[in-house]
Design a protein around this ligand. Structure first.
Ligand SMILES: Nc1nc2c(ncn2[C@@H]2O[C@H](COP(=O)(O)OP(=O)(O)OP(=O)(O)O)[C@@H](O)[C@H]2O)c(=O)[nH]1
Length: 385
């Protein structure tokens, strides 16, 4: 189950389960401290009882919100109210807890930051931000009242003379640590899941952006970018491209249907990949046209590889249930270029395209090498005109 795909109610439920666990751990802390004479002179019994009532009510409220969150189906209005109630319920109880245990304490700081970040991942951002701004203002006012002497600082813990002892110091910091840790673990866990999911979405989108959905090989945009990058790369000595076009493909579509045509395209893409090295790029350039881009390869070897691809395509057979065995061929135009060059990537493609037309004119199912020097001069004078 992905975090980002959860319904608003489910998100509220996750947040409230964590909150309920946190409140329960605070209640346990209160009961433990109250029962141990050693700690009793460190804490205010009245305040612990007061915050105990708040936390018990919070615990039941959180459980109620979990149940409502899991129960409501997708309903924009209900979801809005549920998220709104959750944000403010969470904020008010946390504010009360922060006041009694110290507005400037480690646990308050950790929860302030963590709650905002996690809240923005799970709940509507404007709601969370409005709660954050209100909390900041409330904290400023409470801090000011504390400084002015109208309120006690961290009233849960007893008076200043006790606060100065080593035992109290240990008790206070251990308590703060205990208050902050479960919250922090939850925040870190949610942030980790969120980042993991975001990264996998980004990778998926990047992949979809550069692959052809039918055949699974790269798309034309990627091929153009890659070729452009190769021509500029300092460590590339030569580039070869094959323009590959299936022969009489219209006939396959017309005689056996488009789905069979699609199968032929997929099988062609796969066999081309199989006959090339890992670093070579195969992309679908148009309808029934593919481009192959190879680097650091000479003309002789390019022709060997192109011939191997042509041969492999001609041996493909698609077994159709209604039409039996279907096979097809392809024509290939090759252009090879030593680098560095003044020539553009588009010129290199045009040379291979011209060679491809020649292959079609020569009867198809063959490989023709483009005359890069002649075409090069022609194209360059064309480009400079
Ligand atoms: N099934 C299928 N067919 C496609 C796709 N894209 C293009 N085509 C078909 O590919 C065919 C290309 O036909 P033409 O350009 O006339 O070329 P051809 O029949 O292959 O003939 P030559 O290239 O001259 O050998 C058309 O019928 C297009 O409809 C596709 O994604 N799937």
């Amino acid at each position: 189950m992905r975090l980002m795909e959860l319904r608003a109610g489910q998100r509220v439920a996750i947040l409230m389960i964590a909150f309920a666990i946190q409140l329960f751990s605070h209640i346990l802390w209160g009961n433990y401290v109250l029962r141990h004479p050693m700690y009793q002179h460190f804490i205010s019994k009245d305040w612990i009882e007061w915050i105990g009532i708040v936390y018990y009510s919070g615990l039941f409220g959180a459980i109620g919100l979990v149940l409502i969150g899991l129960k409501i189906s997708t309903n924009a209005r209900l979801e809005w109210w549920l998220s709104f109630t959750t944000v403010w319920f969470f904020t008010i109880i946390l504010m009360m807890g922060a006041y009694v245990s110290g507005l400037l304490s480690i646990s308050t700081g950790a929860v302030m930051v963590g709650a905002v970040v996690t809240g923005m991942m799970l709940l509507p951002v404007p709601m969370v931000l409005s709660a954050v701004f209100t909390t900041i203002i409330a904290m400023l006012v409470l801090n000011d009242l504390t400084i002015a002497g109208a309120l006690d600082y961290a009233p849960l813990f007893l008076d200043i003379s006790v606060r100065e002892s080593v035992e109290f110091g240990r008790f206070y910091y251990f308590s703060q640590f205990f208050f902050a840790t479960p919250f922090l673990m939850f925040f870190i866990g949610i942030a980790y899941l969120f980042l993991k999911e975001t990264n996998s979405y980004i990778q998926r989108i990047q992949l979809l952006n550069k692959t052809d959905s039918l055949t699974g090989v790269m798309n034309r945009r990627y091929a153009n970018d890659y070729l452009h990058m190769l021509l500029e790369a300092a460590d590339v000595k030569s580039v070869a491209i094959f323009m590959i076009d299936l022969d009489f493909f219209k006939r396959i579509n017309d005689s056996f249907g488009h789905l069979t045509g699609d199968q032929a395209l997929k099988m062609t893409a796969q066999i081309l990949k199989k006959n090339l090295r890992d670093g070579d790029v195969v992309a679908r350039f148009g309808g029934e046209e593919f481009i192959v881009i190879l680097k650091n390869i000479d003309t002789t070897y390019s022709m060997v590889v192109a011939e191997r691809c042509r041969e492999a395509v001609s041996q493909l057979v698609y077994h159709s249930t209604s039409h039996g065995a279907i096979s097809w061929t392809c024509s290939i135009g090759v252009s090879v270029l030593a680098l560095p060059t003044e020539m553009s990537d588009q010129s290199l493609i045009r040379i291979a395209d011209t060679a491809l037309y020649q292959a079609k004119a020569q009867g198809r199912n063959c490989v023709v090498l483009g005359d890069s020097i002649e075409t090069d001069m022609e194209l360059m004078s064309h480009e400079h005109r």
